[in-house]
Design a protein around this ligand. Structure first.
Ligand code: NDP
Length: 311
């Protein structure tokens, strides 16, 4: 199977790249992973994407982007990329669900990022039995129950507010003495009577039998002073940032210490000529849908230019 432009990933970056690449007559092939639409399909209302004064449902927005890419002729296939070989052109990519290798003259990597976990052994033990990294996906199970959200960024605030509309009580476990989130989100959290923010606090363990029943916390109260607290909770939600889905590409393209794919200044070009990256997989700073979409556009325009020059 041959394509001029292979787009891997189906978040705002991937679909936008597909829209631009289709309109440039590159007939792109887009590989949608197991979660078509990416992280935005696990969020509730997207309030900050320009053009939607009343906000837009994340799933709806991604469905609209997909429809738009299909309208211009992008081909979509579902599968997981199993291996890549970027050592020579055309590049070779093997995808589960596609019997033959995909040979691509250019590649745009838009595989996004995945939720980070604290690394506690108990997280694995209670995964799906109280531990989650997606309030919108799993919040329903905690109606009138007690839950905790770890993190102090915008995601944590968003998750806490969402859970507060369902659960009886929400703890926010914040390791510093302040929230990192935007002021508007901070205000909404601090004013919500159902949310208790535990500052200077870390989670050191979880407890329960078959299902989660609580968390062991440590609150730091100045140098050498710490207080151990146990809270009874039914749900424990991680919102401590994301790690880029770049491992499979790392043997070929340069990545930074955290695994984000490095792109050249003012460009989406990676260290391999003809391979571009867009969206959260190469963005350690902004991680916004609008930025991802913009970088997908840039990557497609650069791929078009690359292919023209390579002819
Ligand atoms: P952030 O990196 O902004 O925040 C991560 C939070 O997790 C921080 O409070 C951090 O603490 C905490 N944290 C990290 N590691 C640990 C740990 N090991 N133990 C305890 N706490 C930890 O990630 P987000 O996912 O919140 O946001 C990513 C980007 O997406 C940001 O740019 C954000 O603004 C944006 N975003 C915007 C939204 C919106 O505008 N509606 C919604 C969601 C995200 P510390 O502060 O101490 O480092």
């Amino acid at each position: 199977m041959n394509t001029k432009c292979l787009i891997i990933g189906s978040g705002p970056a991937g679909y936008t790249a597909a829209i631009y690449a289709s309109r440039a007559n590159l007939s792109p092939l887009l590989i949608e992973g197991p979660q078509p639409g990416g992280q935005l399909t696990t969020t509730s209302t997207v309030e900050n994407f320009p053009g939607y004064p009343d906000g837009v449902d994340g799933n709806q927005m991604m469905a609209d982007l997909r429809t738009q890419a299909l309208r211009f002729g992008a081909e979509m296939r579902t599968g997981l990329v199993k291996s890549v070989d970027f050592s020579q052109r055309p590049f070779t990519v093997t995808v589960s669900g596609i019997d033959e290798d995909v040979k691509a003259d250019s590649v745009i990597i838009c595989t996004g990022a995945a939720a980070r976990y604290l690394g506690l052994p108990d997280e694995q033990k209670y995964m799906g039995m109280g531990v989650s990294a997606c309030a919108v996906c799993d919040g329903f199970f905690y109606r009138k129950k007690r839950v905790a959200v770890v993190g102090g960024g915008d995601t944590a605030c968003e998750e806490a507010l969402y859970l507060a509309s369902i659960a009886e009580r929400v703890f926010m476990i914040v390791r510093k003495d302040h929230l990192r989130a935007s002021k508007v989100m901070q205000q909404r959290v601090l004013e919500n009577p159902k949310i208790t923010v535990l500052f200077n606090t870390n989670t050191v363990g979880l407890f329960g039998d078959e299902v989660l029943q609580g968390a062991h916390l440590v609150e730091y109260r100045g140098t050498d002073r710490e207080q151990h607290i146990d809270i009874e909770i039914d749900g424990f939600f991680l919102a401590i940032g994301h790690q880029p889905n770049s491992a499979i590409f790392a043997p070929f393209v340069d990545t930074d210490a955290q695994g984000f794919i490095k792109v050249r200044p003012h460009s989406q070009a990676t260290s391999v000529e003809g391979v571009f990256a867009a969206g959260d997989v190469c963005d350690p700073v902004f991680q916004q849908a609008i930025v991802a979409a913009g970088s997908g556009c840039r990557a497609a325009l650069e791929a078009e230019r690359f292919l023209l020059n390579a002819e």
